[in-house]
Ligand binder design. Sequence first.
Ligand SMILES: [Zn+2]
Length: 205
Amino acid sequence: MKLLQYLKGGKNHFVTITTHKIEVMKGCFRVGLYKQGLLHDLSKYTPTEFLMGMVYYQGTRSPNNAEREAKGYSSAWLHHKGRNKHHYEYWIDYLSDVKNSDKPVICGCKMPVKYVVEMFEDRVAACKIYNKEKFKVTDPWQYYNSGRTRELLHPDTRKLLEHLLKMYAKCGQDYTEAYIRKKILHNDKNVFVKLFTSGKRRNKK
Ligand SMILES: [Zn+2]
């Protein structure tokens, strides 16, 4: 019964995306990005994205990958990355001076800092959920390092993201998020810091 399979996939997909959303929200709240924390990945609940998540749910990897394999592209991902500014793919555009450049025709534009921070929190949350109790502060940097994200990032965006991931790997969550609040976002009055850092997932330092 396909319908039953889709309903089960839908339920599991809902749990997956909501668990992730809550983890990113906590991170965004800790650094003072309240609006972004609330709105993060909301488009995943729209029919265009959610229905594909139901149909292609597998549990071991993103349904976008399964849809991509089946159709040659992922309609859910194209919809998602066009609406969520914390994805560097949102910021990929034509080069303004194509004729006089030997660079590729499309390139990553410089992302506003608040979205780089949200991208950082997104990556940390994904690693925490994926690795569960085995999660280490070095995981987000290692995951970034093993991929090819850097190839499409604007040099300034790349520099900031790598700086934060390396700091997280070396000094842990509390230190890095305090740095983000004070030095990156200039916003250090935050009631959510204590609320979300007093639990068991305290990192060293
Ligand atoms: Zn997203």
